[in-house]
Design a protein around this ligand. Sequence first.
Ligand SMILES: *Cc1c(COP(=O)(O)O)cnc(C)c1O
Length: 394
Amino acid sequence: MKDSTKVITSGRDKKWTQGLVNVPVSRASTIVFDSVNEKNDTTKNLDDYKLFYGRRGTNTHFAFQEAIRELENASGSTLFPCGTSAITQSILSFVKTGQHILLPDAVYEPTRDFCNVILNNLGVSVTYYPSLVSDDIESYIKENTTLLFLESPSSLTMEIQDISKLVKVAQKYKLITMIDNTWATPLFFKPLDFGIDISIHSATKYIVGHSDVMMGVASANKKHWNKLKHHAYLLGNCVSPDDVYLAARGLRTLHVRLKQHEASALIIAKWLSKRKEVKKVYHPALKSALGHENFVKYFSGSSGLFSFELMDEYKDKIHFFVDALSLFKIGYSWGGYESLVLPITDFSKIRVNSSSYIPNNLIRLHIGLENIKDLEADLENAFNVMNKTAKPYN
Ligand SMILES: *Cc1c(COP(=O)(O)O)cnc(C)c1O
């Protein structure tokens, strides 16, 4: 069955839908039993999808977990209150004091901040490797290294990693591998098929797709599922069933939305690469992307998020460009139906490896579902405003 069908059918077993098209919202803390025996039987093996206490989820949660599990080709998927907690709690579940872990230098900033503060306090050491290393990852592995984290494309500069090479080295040294797979969604890249142990998403982005819910998911292969599930439970995770309902609703249109995000983002990215004001476009599907050859090797499609760099002479004018946009709103996050823009000019705290690529005047765009002619006109107008402005921004 193709993914475009799976996003429609997955997790809609009748035991959860009760015959409705959508799985109803089941709110619960306490679930009551008819007898002591029934209580004991239900809870004894801590099986997946067993209804016995609200924190372990209700049918609303189980159905959505199953949908993600199926799309990720995983043994199980667990839900978190946001993407960041999915990342931090997945890492926490698999590290101990004295160990060392590896993260790409262009990792999502809150992931880095968690490692630098919380893991550091716990005595887990961290090295940030250049996102584009492949076989050379071996030189970063120490005696006590136990975990290799990937994020591909990486944040802002969109480096696409050589996933199979990294996984091969990780397996040689028995490192657990995790990936932040948010950009690709489970439709454009399936990490577990490439030997990665745990795939993590900020569902807040494309899965929810409407900028109205925070959620995270992590999916594990057979070897790591029980531990991930148990530790996430020990850490006290739980997600509101109303939010899960909205995430499941978003999932049903993920395929058609992504196709449009992909088509529109490619058109805008190519249009931008022809502008005289633009130095470089970091769209994974374009040759100018860092690690583009890996995009070709591993991904079956591209989503709507990419970055571009303005020519050096616009260094002090980037704000004029961004402020002049009207359809592209200035804001964090992405993956909703609307276009967004974010300027990033200071990389001093978010790239620590001297081999990492550091751009000058970076602008990140999320291409939403608006008409592309309108988006192009908005960008064109912003370029004109910037070009007409003689003074640097202060
Ligand atoms: C947004 C984002 C996250 C964090 O997700 P939240 O749901 O906002 O906590 C993690 N990784 C990437 C790549 C993201 O873009």
